[in-house]
Design a binder for this molecule. Structure first.
Ligand code: PMP
Length: 400
């Protein structure tokens, strides 16, 4: 009965790794996937995560019963505090609901489906370009996806005028997806002043902010700095949604641990919102997994472990920033034509190199360097040892 099916294409991002794995070359380099690697090119389990897991194993009172539909309640409270700040008015006034979801993707999906069911506007505006999964997540959640201008290829920076124009002409009440920090794939973020202008415009038009926070702490190295745009929107007393992921900042990729928060106008409304979120989650996966959320809760509740985490997080962020500097310098010493300053200006895990699909394909074929066809490279996949190889490839392709 399935014989008529055609072979589906590989996921454009995950497919890069599939191709990489098939390449026998000893110099091959995978810059496709957004996962942190050490200087030695190895995946990293944070020390603090190992400690938390040990604590969990040693605790013989721990059981494996189902979590409630909303997940681990302590994890939810700590996650809200982490993203909004301990002194957040929304937390103080108890007008926020937080539910544990399956990492960032699951949080976006649950939030999208809740909005499709209960919010009066069904259109969500996403940045052009954006993470490839966004349009699919929100379309399947039942929303209509439109884009707003964000990136200017000429400056390899923000098209702020275009952004303001597009949000300014969006129908009142539309949902707007905002990357809280470290925009994927461009690495281009608004300044705090620009965020303030975006906030004023959105509030004046009643646009609903939906923040995607997949990189808190990973962009600047500071959890508070990276959460600032969200906190500005919460401080004005208005509503918003926030999807959090612990994949990158705690290295818990495969544990699938994240949270969806909805900031409401009153505690009463927040309670009813939560009751409806449960109706979205129950038929989707009943309740979320227990292990990852328990690790996060152990770390966030303990002052010492929390401090240790911030140091390890900062070290990851700093290594990425250092890779930016090294790649920029390597291109400069080679005299590679073009302005490459965007490599050091862009923020977070990715650099949007400006290389086109033909150039990407040349670099894969001739240099065994793998990346998405839009020219996005994961800086976290680079090391001091591999920077020269990448710089050689970029130099070759732009002087070809
Ligand atoms: N949003 C953005 C912008 C991302 O880059 C990612 C991870 N690539 C996610 C959400 C979600 O990732 P996860 O589901 O692994 O938390």
């Amino acid at each position: 009965v399935f014989a008529h099916l055609v072979q589906a294409p590989e996921d454009p991002i995950l497919g890069v790794t599939v191709a990489y794995n098939k390449d026998p070359s000893p110099v091959k380099l995978n810059l496709g996937v957004g996962a942190y690697r050490t200087e030695e090119g190895k995946p990293l389990v944070l020390n603090v995560v190992r400690k938390a897991e040990q604590q969990l194993i040693n605790d013989r009172t721990r059981i494996k019963e189902y979590l409630p539909i909303v997940g681990l309640v302590e994890f939810n409270k700590l996650s809200a505090k982490l993203i909004l700040g301990a002194d957040s008015p929304a937390i103080r006034e108890n007008r926020i609901t937080t539910v544990e979801c399956l990492s960032g993707t699951g949080s976006l999906r649950v939030g999208g489906e809740f909005l499709a069911k209960h919010y009066h506007q069904k259109t969500i505006y996403i940045t052009q370009p954006t993470w490839g999964n966004h349009p699919k997540i929100f379309t399947l959640a039942g929303l209509t996806v439109k884009t707003y201008r964000y990136y200017d290829p000429a400056t390899r920076g923000l098209n702020f005028q275009g952004l303001l124009e597009d949000l300014g002409t969006a129908p009142a009440g539309s949902i707007v997806l905002l990357h809280a920090c470290a925009h994927n794939p461009t690495g281009v973020d608004p300044t705090i002043q620009q965020w303030e202008q975006i906030r004023q415009l959105m509030r004046s038009k009643g646009l609903m902010p939906f923040f995607d926070s997949a990189y808190q702490g990973f962009a600047s190295g500071s959890l508070d700095t990276d959460a600032k745009p969200i906190r500005m929107f919460v401080a004005d007393g208005g509503e918003c949604l926030v999807a959090q992921s612990y994949a990158k900042n705690m290295g818990l990729y495969g544990e699938r641990v994240g949270a969806l928060s909805i900031v409401c106008k009153s505690a009463d409304v927040a309670g009813r919102v939560e009751s409806q979120l449960k109706l979205v989650i129950r038929p989707m996966y009943s309740s979320p997994p227990i292990h990852g959320a328990s690790i996060v809760a152990v770390i966030l509740r303990d002052k010492n472990l929390f401090n240790e985490w911030t140091l390890e997080l900062k070290a990851m962020a700093d290594r990425i920033i250092s890779m930016r500097k090294q790649l920029f310098e390597a291109l400069r010493t080679r005299g590679t034509p073009g302005d490459w300053s965007h490599i050091i200006k862009q923020i977070g895990m990715f650099t949007f190199t400006g290389l086109n699909p033909a150039q990407v394909s040349f670099m894969t074929k001739e240099y065994h360097i793998y990346m998405t066809s839009d020219g996005r490279i994961s800086m976290a996949g680079l090391s001091s040892k591999t920077v020269p190889h990448l710089a050689d490839a970029i130099h070759a392709v732009v002087t070809k």
